[in-house]
Design a protein around this ligand. Structure first.
Ligand code: GLA
Length: 517
């Protein structure tokens, strides 16, 4: 009896806690920050595993929060790699095939931290979902070398790099456009030019005067650089595509120092015509997959073909590291975030280390709309919907690419993007996409197994009013007493038996980690 009373009190506490944060007195759009401010003490936030290919260039900035200056050390670093003890950047050539167990350490005036790091040198890269930023929804056809460099600076100065964001990716519009390009929002004529040199080498437009110097700059911060192309003759915005120049382009991207390729179907439809067969969908992607496999550089390969031919079923077999499972998320779709996530999660069996379902970018903060491709504006999503968005992407082990304007991040948006306990769920070495258990149409829970035997569980409520959600041990696959920790608030909630009940705010969530035993 006493036991049940205790359980009841804890349930009330969780429910109350969730309600306080939903703010019964708070206006629906009033922002509130769940993520605690990082401590001044060091906190290492590296993913526990990292994949590379033997002999290729290696670059890794150890994500670590805490007051600077920090001093880093790494025990067990293989020969060929060196650590800069002040910046925490590891550079060199990837070691021979094998698994290397390393202990990373960081210290500052306030304390020290230590965390394991396993480098797995073999055939696979992207062993945890890639994290970074992509310019599309922020800059569209305004993107430039200058904006890319600024983005790299901001990823460091905002603290995003300290929780693991690493890729700085250019999207469309860096190459050369045809004149009078109707797709461009503000065509000032500066993006026209000669698409290729006489020998076929692809040329950037004047806004990218020196690609190699740009990637050098991004790499100097320990970050990685991404580029974009299409297997068709033209990109979606009408810029030079790789059709007929695939190998030459891939080699050029490697020479320029890129670490990521987004390969976007776009005008490839004009090549295949009416042929909508599986072979037609696969052909250009397999071709590029084979080329990248034989290039001496680790280039993460992102298929962007909106899921044609059920790409989740075959994209990994042709060398893909991630593949979009749907069309563009865009701003108009944002209220459908739950549908997009539930559909993406239905492909969970295809999600594995190095092989990721990609439901598109995290479009919060200041973000552009595909409708007008104008200047970024504040997201129309309410605060809880934004917490749900990031929670869904983390539980699904989806790539975490921020899509908004980095120069206009506020503490609220940074709190959503940079909670290390939520990110650790996303970056878990098992690489599992959560399974979904529907509770009617509007509430559901997500359960994700973690490498240490614990589970991450999300309780979600799509309704526009708070609703109690009850997650039972039976459906989660647990027995007995379990310790529960609220991942957003980074707070222990106590020990629970048989179930977790909580009143979930309108369009909101509760994300917890449930201990192994
Ligand atoms: C497609 C892609 C988007 C973006 C644009 C660029 O729509 O799905 O993510 O890359 O092309 O033109």
């Amino acid at each position: 009896m006493k036991h049940y009373f205790l359980l009841f009190c804890v349930m009330l506490a969780v429910a109350g806690h969730a309600q306080n944060s939903s703010g019964s007195n708070r206006a629906i759009n009033e922002k509130f920050i769940l993520t605690p401010k990082p401590s001044a003490k060091p906190r290492l936030n590296n993913a526990l595993v990292y994949g590379c290919r033997p002999g290729n260039a290696f670059l890794y900035r150890i994500p670590c929060q805490g007051e600077r200056p920090l001093r880093f050390s790494a025990k067990g670093l293989p020969a060929g790699l060196t650590l800069d003890e002040d910046s925490g950047i590891i550079r060199g050539a990837a070691p021979a095939r094998g698994t290397y167990r390393i202990v990373l350490k960081a210290k500052n005036k306030k304390g020290k931290a230590s965390r394991t790091f396993e480098i797995i040198s073999g055939d696979k890269i992207g062993l945890t979902p890639p994290m970074g930023w992509n310019d599309w929804y922020a800059h569209y056809d305004r993107i430039s070398d200058k904006l890319m460099r600024e983005a790299a600076d901001l990823i460091v100065s905002t603290g995003m790099a300290d929780v693991g964001y690493a890729y700085v990716n250019i999207d469309d519009c860096w190459a050369v456009s045809t004149p009078n390009n109707k797709a461009m929002k503000k065509d000032d004529g500066t993006r026209y030019g000669t698409p290729r040199k006489p020998d076929g080498t692809i040329l950037p437009n004047v806004h990218f005067p020196d690609m190699k110097r740009m990637t050098d700059y991004i790499h100097s911060k320990g970050l990685k650089a991404g580029i974009y192309s299409s297997p068709g003759p033209r990109t979606c915005m009408g810029f030079t595509g790789s059709y007929g120049h695939e190998k030459q382009d891939a080699e050029q991207y490697a020479k320029w120092g890129f670490d990521f390729l987004k390969y976007d179907w776009c005008s490839y439809g004009s090549v295949v015509g009416k042929d909508r067969s599986l072979a037609a969908f696969q052909k250009p992607y397999k071709q590029m997959g084979d080329i990248l496999k034989n290039i001496d550089r680790d280039i993460f390969y992102n298929l962007c073909q909106y899921g044609y031919g059920e790409s989740w079923k075959w994209a990994a077999s042709i060398g893909g590291n991630s593949w979009r499972t749907a069309g563009d998320l865009g701003i108009k779709e944002l209220d459908k975030i739950f549908d997009i996530a539930l559909r993406n999660a239905s492909f969970r069996e295809y999600n594995k280390p190095g092989e990721w379902n990609d439901p598109d970018y995290i479009s919060i903060g200041y973000i552009g709309s595909n409708q007008d491709r104008g200047a970024p504006k504040p997201t129309p999503m309410g605060p809880w919907l934004q917490y749900s968005y990031m929670s869904l992407w983390s539980l699904m082990a989806a790539p975490l690419f921020y899509g908004g304007d980095l120069s206009r991040l506020d503490d609220f948006t940074l709190g959503i993007l940079c909670n290390p306990e939520i990110i650790a769920i996303n970056q878990d070495p098992l690489g599992q996409c959560a399974r979904v258990i529907m509770h009617g149409d509007k509430q559901f829970i997500m359960v994700k197994d973690l490498y240490d035997g614990s589970k991450a569980v999300g309780l979600f409520n799509r309704e526009k009013r708070p609703v109690e959600v009850r997650a039972t041990w039976e459906e989660i696959g647990l027995r007995g007493k379990r310790k529960i920790r609220d991942a957003w608030r980074q707070r222990d909630l106590g020990t629970f038996t048989n179930e977790l009940r909580s009143t979930i705010p309108a369009q909101g969530c509760l994300v917890v980690k449930i201990s192994k035993r």
